[in-house]
Write a protein that binds this ligand. Structure first.
Ligand SMILES: *Cc1c(COP(=O)(O)O)cnc(C)c1O
Length: 472
């Protein structure tokens, strides 16, 4: 299986090269040259079967999930982990089911994606990225420096997935004072020598600009063997599409299943489309955005246009340009890479582009979109607590509030983070402060380690040069 760029000007690469590279050199995103069909019934097997089967199909012969080091890599991600370097016994990886489905009403389910080590849905994909990176780097006989700019949940999930990995050094950049205490502690308390948490004296855009500058310095990027595990990473999409496949199969007796997805970078929602494209019984996909509503405006009005970024109660979705949207635009215009390149040149130059009519009609056949205000989010959290006794994280609440947008039954609402990750907002909505689950109840007793740097790419380069084992 080969991977091509949505902008059509980069040579095709293999699955593992697409995963390690992140973005294509022409500025586009990698997508498979053709879409295989997944026809196996997965729902009765262990969860690990789904990602394993998907990797088989989407990597061609390149990755063998049943081989991969001492233990099959999907087993390492979803079943059990060794207790320690000198301890040969195993402990279960996910104390609960990986992605439990819970009925919340007639024809309605909540797909709980927050049972991983850092309590957000990003764990589900990141836990697979860890062993997959090891597998890829081992085969290539090299190391990698992974950088990650995060305003929220990606950092903690990356730390949990990549800590203590032999071939990886991880550098997480967060904006000083802009992440919640719980989120920060998931990044700063790993105790792992290959993880560096860096607090940047600037905002999230400054952190992202630094990461871009690191990649733009070709000499630095090569010598550090730089890689990013951000939401455009192909392996994250593959891993996320697994839970769409399994839950759709489980519920499909009632007809094709619709999903309501709290959306920021369009990663999770695109993963749902990938599952549908590979024949999962999926009907509609509802995009629920917060007040950063570029996707809702695009689907309604046909123009994809950057707006002013707003800080909301669902910070992991405070995104103006949804990076993965480029992948669906590519499909919507019939895989015309020249057209995608022209549209994205417009976005760069003028801040937006008009979605061609036919493409818009194509998108509307699958996607609905609705924007939800902070007031509606709080209202949803309050009524879930009052009437159901359920605490929702604010992102999950955005999805629940979007139920007006249609989709029909059976319908699945993605629950993307544990409420205890956003205790202040939950307390504001319900009057009750949520407790951390037992597996991380000691989070506030663990000791923190992080360094502070100015918002300056040169300072960050120097810092990485001194610490990365990949440097040569
Ligand atoms: C990242 C995140 C989202 C948005 O997911 P995308 O794939 O970027 O659309 C939603 N909710 C939570 C809790 C997140 O961490």
């Amino acid at each position: 299986m080969r991977y091509i760029s949505t902008r059509g000007q980069a040579p095709p690469v293999s699955f593992l090269d697409a995963v390690l590279a992140g973005m294509a050199p022409d500025g586009g995103l990698y997508v498979p040259e053709s879409w295989p069909k997944l026809e196996t019934k997965l729902a009765t097997s262990h969860y690990a079967t789904a990602p394993s089967r998907l990797i088989d199909l989407l990597s061609g012969d390149e990755v063998d999930c049943d081989e991969g080091g001492s233990v099959p890599l999907t087993n390492e991600a979803y079943i059990a982990v060794p207790c320690g370097p000198d301890d040969k016994s195993w402990r279960p990886k996910w104390p609960e089911a990986v992605t439990p489905l819970r009925q919340i009403g007639p024809g309605q389910w909540s797909l709980e994606l927050f049972h991983g080590p850092s309590l957000s849905f990003k764990d589900v994909a990141m836990q697979l990225i860890g062993p997959l990176y090891d597998y890829a780097l081992e085969r290539r006989g090299r190391r990698s420096t992974v950088v990650c700019a995060t305003s929220g949940d990606t950092g903690g999930a990356a730390v949990e997935a990549l800590k203590n990995r032999e071939r990886i050094d991880l550098f997480v950049l967060t904006p000083k004072g802009r992440v919640s205490d719980v989120q920060r502690r998931f990044m700063t308390t790993s105790g792992a020598s290959n993880v560096s948490a860096i607090e940047v004296d600037g905002d999230f855009d400054a952190c992202q600009a630094i990461v871009k500058a690191l990649f733009a310095d070709a000499d630095f990027a090569t010598r550090a063997a730089l890689s990013a595990v951000n939401s455009i990473n192909w392996a994250r999409i593959v891993a996320q599409s697994a839970y769409f496949h399994t839950s759709a199969q489980i519920l499909a007796a009632g007809g094709p299943v619709s999903f309501v997805v709290p959306t920021g970078n369009f990663g999770d929602a695109y993963s749902g489309w990938v599952a549908k494209r590979m024949c999962a019984p999926i009907n509609r996909i509802v995009l629920a955005t917060n007040e950063n509503d570029i996707l809702a405006r695009a689907l309604t009005g046909g123009r994809y246009e950057r707006g002013a970024s707003r800080a909301t109660l669902s910070p992991a979705m405070d995104i103006q340009v949804a990076s993965n949207f480029e992948r669906i635009v590519f499909e919507a215009v019939g895989r015309d890479a020249d057209l995608v390149r022209a549209l994205y040149a417009n976005l760069a130059q003028t801040g937006g582009f008009d979605i061609p009519m036919q493409a818009l009609a194509w998108l509307r056949e699958t996607f609905d979109a609705v924007a939800v205000t902070d007031a509606q989010t709080l209202g949803e959290m309050r009524s879930a607590w009052t009437y159901e006794g359920e605490t929702l994280c604010p992102h999950t609440a955005v999805g629940r509030a979007a139920r007006v947008a249609g989709g029909g039954a059976p319908r699945v609402f993605l629950a993307t983070a544990h409420p205890a990750k956003f205790p202040d907002t939950v307390e504001r909505a319900t009057g009750v402060r949520p407790e951390l689950p037992i597996k991380c109840a000691d989070l506030f007793q663990r000791s923190e380690k992080f360094d502070s740097l100015p918002a300056d790419a040169e300072a960050v380069k120097q810092y990485i040069r001194e610490r990365s084992r990949a440097w040569n």
